[in-house]
Design a protein around this ligand. Sequence first.
Ligand SMILES: NC(=O)c1ccc[n+]([C@@H]2O[C@H](COP(=O)([O-])OP(=O)(O)OC[C@H]3O[C@@H](n4cnc5c(N)ncnc54)[C@H](O)[C@@H]3O)[C@@H](O)[C@H]2O)c1
Ligand SMILES: O=C(O)C(=O)C[C@@H](O)[C@H](O)[C@H](O)COP(=O)(O)O
Ligand SMILES: [Zn+2]
Length: 353
Amino acid sequence: MRTITVALGEKTYNIEIAAGLLDQIGAKARVLSQAVKAAIISDSNVDPLYGERLERSLAASGFEVTRIVFAAGEQSKNLTVLGQVYDELARAGLTRSDLILTLGGGVPGDLGGFAAATFLRGIDFIQVPTSLLAQIDSSVGGKVAIDLPSGKNLAGSFYQPKAVFIDPDLLKTLPLRFLHDGLAEAIKYGCIRDAGLFAQIAAVKSDQELLEQADSIIETCCNIKARIVEKDEFDTGERMLLNFGHTIGHAIEKCCGFTTYTHGEGVGIGMVQMTRQTEKLGLTAAGTAEELSRVLKKFALPVTAVFDAQEILQAMALDKKKSGKKINLVIIEKIGVGRLHKIDWQDIPAYIG
Ligand SMILES: NC(=O)c1ccc[n+]([C@@H]2O[C@H](COP(=O)([O-])OP(=O)(O)OC[C@H]3O[C@@H](n4cnc5c(N)ncnc54)[C@H](O)[C@@H]3O)[C@@H](O)[C@H]2O)c1
Ligand SMILES: O=C(O)C(=O)C[C@@H](O)[C@H](O)[C@H](O)COP(=O)(O)O
Ligand SMILES: [Zn+2]
């Protein structure tokens, strides 16, 4: 068992990482919560795999369990599905002292976490991430949200979980596309903060080896994110570094109607495109974009996409790193060194190519 603490005063919580952890969550949740009822929010792929095991573990610790399931995929991360989840929480009779557990990837984690942040004006929740992306990124740090037709994560909150329980064994059923999708976010951490992590991923020779190194990659990424969130919980400065590749990546996801590219795929395209441009602007060491592109392609991640520049610009205009007529862009000086670069919005075309 590895434990990483996210120290945020009264909101301090632990990230626990251990194989076989899923069956211990009921007892661990009971230490954290005297709730009578517990609602598991999951999706149509993950619930059939792990929902019953988690329910059994919770029931054995005295929770009255409800399971709420929505259709898997980014296209469920919206107001309609959120409304359906609210209705099911109400029908289950959850009260403010009860508990929500999000079981799944970043979509149940974000949507279910936002439901926890807003149902009855907020009830406790626990993240049980099951995709690599969720285990290394979305389950940590308290960003919860849904997408709007206008763009990514445009309705949401900062709402910290009571705990994050990570069982790397659950990655064994994750489709390869989403194992690679999550790796894009790990490569992001390497780009902005940890050249050693980037080199570790670059040296991985197979998907089997990737799964064997998952524990170490998860622990490294969660540590990086925990330290950044402790310094800037509400994303006003250093935490924006975690958004490297997202200004373009989110716009790509939105322009595709949240289909075509997964989140990690969009982020990978965004990281390469931004770095290609900042190399041209002399802000990034020559060859960095090529090195980044090589590693992404090694894991079948796309590095380019064809889009109408005006459409992308319009989608980027809702980036939450914008402030008035300026925007904070995340660039990398070289692998391992991320920097915030505040520019006038009118100058943005030079950064997207
Ligand atoms: N809140 C944050 O800090 C944060 C950080 C990064 C990404 N995100 C968000 O996370 C979302 C992407 O997350 P994701 O890539 O996990 O998407 P996802 O939740 O859609 O999961 C990807 C796919 O894998 C399936 N799946 C998940 N775990 C599985 C398992 N163990 N076995 C079999 N199938 C499994 C899901 O059903 C889905 O089909 C995006 O909406 C993104 O905006 C949020
Ligand atoms: O936790 C953060 O901060 C991040 O930026 C992590 C990102 O990987 C994640 O995609 C996040 O949801 C994007 O945040 P947003 O504020 O751009 O919606
Ligand atoms: Zn992301």
